[in-house]
Ligand binder design. Structure first.
Ligand code: NDP
Length: 210
């Protein structure tokens, strides 16, 4: 298979890249936003979603593992070394328990070789796991939902994408792709630039590393 590449998926406030509050999302009721996340991460076969232990804990038990994607959870409390089979059985959605992001990627590479498949690999948070992913050459792309409304947050995406603030050195490597490029990559139309749900305004964007 081709080299594994990572796509980060995040919804963050435009003002300060806020992504979380009190262990959960800062907002509620962005139903279409969550549906977009589900469609994009499920499209195609054999996709995986990688998340930190705290993000896993934030998902209501009846909704996890996230269906139709191999869930990989990262925690220092998991056994070191290459993860074993998914907890739910070899053909389940997992979760696979990995002691580091590197071990998660090694596991997924081995699995892709064995099954001769090339599913997409998404990093779905939270801040600690985004930070680890952004430090790797495999991190190629960010699917950002830019939330225009302001929310008070205690957890933040590690780099600033767009906005007025002077870009940090890390964020200067990232460029926003056009709506057409974005639509082609996710495999669906992107009708409106801006959406509003429950009075919260947001926009779907795609950024790639130069
Ligand atoms: P994470 O989800 O990133 O999980 C952190 C945990 O991951 C750590 O406590 C540790 O687990 C494990 N971990 C982190 N780094 C490593 C490492 N290098 N090696 C091994 N294990 C590691 O937590 P955050 O607090 O950063 O983010 C959670 C918040 O983000 C929540 O509020 C959530 O709702 C929000 N969120 C928002 C998203 C959005 O798009 N807006 C998306 C995803 C989450 P352990 O302690 O078990 O060792």
């Amino acid at each position: 298979p081709a080299a594994l590449e990572l796509t980060l998926v995040v919804a963050a406030t435009a003002r300060d890249m806020g992504i979380g509050a009190a262990g959960g999302l800062p907002w509620t009721g962005l139903r279409k936003e969550m549906a977009y996340f589900a469609r994009v991460t499920k499209r195609g076969d054999g996709n995986a979603v990688i998340m930190g232990r705290k993000t896993w804990d934030s998902i209501p038990p009846k909704f996890r593992p996230l269906k139709g994607r191999l869930n990989v959870v990262i925690s220092r409390s998991f056994a070191p070394g290459l993860p074993k089979d998914p907890v739910g059985g070899p053909d389940s959605d997992g979760p696979v328990e990995a002691s580091s992001l590197e071990m998660a990627l090694a596991y997924l590479k081995t699995r892709q070789t064995q099954t001769n498949s090339e599913g997409r690999v998404f990093v779905i948070g939270g801040a600690q796991i985004y930070a680890a992913a952004l430090g790797l050459a495999e991190a190629r792309r960010v699917l950002l939902t830019r939330v225009m409304s302001d929310f008070s947050c205690d957890t933040f995406f590690p780099i600033v994408l767009g906005g007025e603030a002077a870009a940090s050195e890390a964020s200067q490597k990232w460029v926003q792709r056009t709506r057409a490029e974005h639509a082609a990559w996710i495999g669906e139309e992107l009708a409106e630039a801006t959406q509003t749900e429950n009075g919260t305004e947001y926009e779907f964007q795609m950024w790639e590393k130069l």
